[in-house]
Design a protein around this ligand. Structure first.
Ligand SMILES: Cc1cc2nc3c(=O)[nH]c(=O)nc-3n(C[C@H](O)[C@H](O)[C@H](O)COP(=O)(O)OP(=O)(O)OC[C@H]3O[C@@H](n4cnc5c(N)ncnc54)[C@H](O)[C@@H]3O)c2cc1C
Length: 384
């Protein structure tokens, strides 16, 4: 059973599972209002405004004439008090007055309250129950990663679970899914926790630091990166048990390393403007073989044997101007653009991507034995 029943997961409660991490005290009202404001589509942040001293306010445009206003509540105010219509009206009017639009007509579309939490289950797989999305982790709103991460969980779970159910891999593969996705949740918690402490400082020390950054940033360039954390970096499964142990990963000077997602490169010399590498991937493991010659008999044997066991494995000959024996597809790379982005030297090389397209092996020289070893590592069976 996949428990995707959200942040208040009844299944998680019924199984008495505890999440690990922190809950922050700062409570915010979120209000979507219908209004015609002449501001560009960018996020506005106000710290310590006169009408809400010591607290933070965010505003941004949404589709269909809606603006979202998030404002922090003074300590001690209950959600019920904050959501009273007169309270909402007074505060939104005060905010509009502060930005120079007092009296502008607006109507409430939706409102709620939230506080930031940085919590995750330490393991997503419990017997035959697998937790995913908000049921598995609660990521702080200031990282804007909750839904994004839930999709990535599902993308990961899809292939891990399918391979186990089909008997192509042992239960270790599901354990790997859990380890990788808990790792992703923890990384996001670390990153988004920084934004949370900036938006709603949990202690006088954090507030002092935040205020110093804000005031210095007006004149000092060096502090500006402190409020520009990247919160949407793709997570890399650098230490995944599925990564090949005897490939050439460490010898590469560039290109996506073990566990990284592939770089999407435009294939200008093949299908024109709208043709990208990722459009050619999907549906299983992918061997990106940078070659313009036929695959050796040995290599073709290994590929055939893997497919014979039911493993979906596509082979793409990158840099081949015409079809290559043993490859399902060829992608010309006349100017060597793709080869360069993947750090492949002139004599060639190869990448093995998992069904979720993260890199699990890469070689400067590929042979049948090395491919076999990587496939065995990437799909642990009951015996391995
Ligand atoms: C105000 C706000 C703004 C946000 N902004 C962003 C953002 O900008 N970017 C972002 O990535 N994330 C954002 N998030 C987070 C995002 O909404 C959640 O992380 C995401 O919705 C989680 O998806 P989920 O499918 O795991 O859970 P949910 O969306 O909560 O879905 C769970 C579903 O399970 C159903 N359910 C529960 N119990 C049962 C049951 N017993 N039987 C059947 N169904 C059941 C529920 O009704 C619900 O439909 C925001 C959240 C909030 C509150």
């Amino acid at each position: 059973m996949v428990a995707a029943d959200g942040g208040r997961s009844g299944i998680r409660s019924a199984m008495n599972l505890q999440m690990e991490g922190a809950s922050y005290e700062g409570v915010f009202v979120i209000a979507d209002i219908q209004i015609d404001l002449p501001f560009p589509t960018e996020r506005l942040a106000f710290f310590d405004p006169d009408w809400n001293p010591g607290n933070t306010i965010l505003m941004h445009r949404e589709p269909h004439g809606i603006w979202r206003v998030d404002y922090q509540l003074p300590p001690g105010e209950t959600p019920e008090e904050a959501l009273r219509p007169e309270s909402l009206k007074a505060r939104i009017d005060a905010q509009l007055a502060m930005i120079g639009h007092a009296g502008l007509k607006w109507a409430m579309d939706w409102s709620s309250v939230y506080s930031a939490r940085t919590l995750t289950l330490p393991d997503f797989v419990h017997g035959s129950v697998i937790f995913t999305g908000d049921a598995a982790h609660l990521l702080p709103i200031f990282g804007v990663r909750g839904a994004n991460t839930a999709f990535q969980d599902a993308q990961s779970l899809g292939w891990h679970l399918a391979f186990v159910v089909k008997g192509l891999a042992g239960p270790q593969l599901l354990a790997n899914h859990s380890t990788e996705r808990v790792g992703a949740a923890r990384e996001i918690i670390t990153e988004a926790g920084k934004s949370t402490r900036f938006m709603a400082p949990p202690s006088p020390g954090f507030r002092l630091l935040r205020d110093a950054v804000l005031s210095l940033s007006l004149t000092q360039e060096f502090v500006r990166p402190l409020y520009h954390w990247r919160t949407s970096r793709p997570h890399e499964y650098t230490h995944s048990m599925l990564n090949s142990r005897d490939d050439d990963n460490v010898l590469f000077k560039s290109g996506p390393a073990h566990g990284a997602p592939p770089q999407n490169v435009r294939l200008g010399d093949t299908g024109g403007e709208g043709d990208f590498l990722l459009d050619h991937l999907g549906g299983g493991f992918e061997l990106l073989y940078f070659t313009d010659t036929d695959l050796s008999e040995d290599l073709q044997q290994v590929i055939k044997a893997a497919r014979g066991k039911g493993m979906p494995l596509n082979v793409i000959a990158v840099g081949a101007a015409q079809p290559v024996s043993g490859a399902d597809k060829h992608l010309p790379d006349a100017d060597g653009h793709l080869r360069e982005r993947y750090g492949i030297p002139a004599h060639g090389g190869a990448y093995l991507l998992r069904p979720d397209q993260h890199v699990c092996a890469r070689w400067l020289a590929l042979d049948a034995k090395r491919l076999q070893a990587a496939l065995t590592t990437a799909l642990p069976t009951r015996q391995t």
